[in-house]
Design a protein around this ligand. Structure first.
Ligand code: AOY
Length: 460
């Protein structure tokens, strides 16, 4: 038993006290999850199946978990009357410890315009009206996978648009590599974020994302990487040994794609004298691609200057779209300081200078997996209906201090319309796109990574 293996303790402390705060005749609390807007106006839902399997199906209520939670809450809240022991014992006795809630959600990978319902949850046993929002804390964590999936997909749109103008749009899925493992706050976040990125791209150095996709989404190998150097493997040859370190890279990996960080001392000298002169013939004779990696300086300046220095040495040709391309044996990857805005600047600067986006790929670490929060897409979970003594009442908030925080009312469904999506009440026309994924402790609908990828695909 570890701290994260007890569903009774995976909630905000105040939620442990909420069971006494609803109206006394409460029977069903119905809540929903939406993006209220944000950086992008379409969001990709991703990660729920991980949470359902890992925490809802995976940690059923047991006597031991109730005892442990009671001890923790009593010490933490310093009042033995606050913990809802009878409520949890009811679940143990009447439901075999399986959570009496129904969760419906849009199939993972579906891009949905913001301000639409993406998930709903309600209790299925009127005695457990308090359980619905007890689970908010955990369920809302899908904001993270969904926000990374959304950002990564928008990065693909951005790169693909530049490739459409200047190069080969079919290569878009190979243009953004996940460098983010070290920059995220936990291994779990790394795995979820990396898996979310792999919905739109193939490249990752965050291997745990592949493991999560295998374990929770039935994907044998979701992402791929290649041999690449880090500064230690280059600088350990000494400050006069960089050329030898580079030569060793080519000797160790005589074919295929190999990436080499080249800014240890002077990226421009490295490109002109080492890659571009002393090792030039070896590179041009290689069956593969050397990817030169700058890692310092202003990326917009450095990427274009590196391309120019490489052009001096290796030459470049104009493609059918009129943009310059280095020979296929040489490419550049920029992984330092990249976020969405920086990728835009680099691609724009390159285009102005006449360079095809075919010449570059991006690495993204913190910018992909950590430089985002729940407000990036304003994700929120709110109660929209309560059933009291057999009667349904709409529930909503509408603060005068922020109309953007107004919440929806009543039961909700998501329907496809001629021009997109709309959130409606069940009485209104249209088939509901939300699918019941969980009921009374059991997963009802499983989805696979391959299907999620298909749904998340960009269309023209
Ligand atoms: N990886 C593509 C393969 C990966 C990396 C990982 C932090 C790679 C670098 C590269 O080419 O250069 C974590 C920084 C870089």
């Amino acid at each position: 038993m570890s701290f994260d293996d007890n569903i009774l303790l995976l909630t905000d402390s105040y939620k442990a006290t909420h069971w006494r705060q609803y109206p006394p005749d409460s029977e069903t609390v119905y809540s929903y999850f939406e993006s209220r807007g944000g950086k992008f106006d379409e969001v990709v839902f991703f990660g729920l199946q991980y949470y359902l399997k890992r925490f809802l199906e995976g940690c059923v209520v047991t006597r031991e978990r109730i005892d442990r939670a009671e001890a923790v809450w009593n010490a933490h809240l310093a009042d033995p009357t606050l913990f809802n022991r009878a409520g949890w014992e009811h679940i143990l006795k009447n439901h075999g410890g399986r959570l009496p809630v129904a969760i419906r959600a849009v199939p993972e990978g579906t891009p949905v315009p913001t301000r639409n319902v993406m998930m709903t949850i309600e209790n299925t046993d009127p005695a457990c009206y308090w359980l619905t929002n007890y689970l908010e804390t955990l369920l809302v964590q899908v904001w993270y996978g969904s926000t990374v999936a959304t950002l990564s997909r928008e990065m693909k749109r951005l790169v693909r648009n530049y490739l459409k103008k200047t190069g080969t749009p079919e290569d878009a899925g190979r243009k953004l590599h996940d460098f983010g493992f070290r920059g995220v706050s936990s291994v779990e976040s790394a795995a979820l974020g990396a898996a979310a990125h792999l919905l739109s791209f193939q490249g990752t150095d965050t291997i745990v994302g592949c493991l999560l996709a295998e374990e929770y989404y039935d994907e044998p190998m979701a992402g791929f990487s290649i041999p690449a150097s880090e500064h230690s493997t280059i600088t350990s040859w000494g400050d006069d040994g960089e050329r030898a370190a580079f030569a060793n890279m080519l000797a160790q990996y005589p074919s295929g794609v190999v990436a080499c960080v080249s800014d240890s001392y002077d990226i421009y000298r490295a490109c002109s004298e080492y890659w571009g002169r002393d090792l030039k013939d070896k590179i041009l004779k290689r069956d593969g691609t050397l990817v030169v990696r700058p890692d310092s300086g202003d990326p917009t300046v450095v990427v274009c200057k590196v391309l120019e220095v490489l052009e001096q040495a290796f030459g470049a040709v104009r493609n059918a779209k009129g943009y310059k391309v280095l020979p296929p044996q040489v490419r550049v990857i920029q992984g330092d300081g990249v976020d969405y805005a920086m990728a835009q600047s680099i691609l724009y600067t390159m285009q102005i200078a006449g360079w095809s986006a075919d010449n570059v790929a991006f690495g993204m670490g913190g910018g992909l997996l950590q430089k985002l929060n729940r407000d990036t897409q304003k994700f929120a979970f709110k109660c929209s209906e309560i059933t009291r003594a057999g009667q349904n009442y709409p529930v909503f908030k509408d603060p005068v201090t922020d109309p953007g925080k107004r919440s929806k009312r009543g039961q909700l469904k998501l329907v496809r319309t001629p021009d997109g999506f709309e959130t409606r009440s069940p009485e209104e026309p249209g088939d509901d796109l939300l699918v019941e994924v969980f009921r009374d402790g059991e997963i009802q609908f499983e989805t696979r990574f391959a299907d999620i990828r298909n749904r998340a695909q960009l269309n023209d």
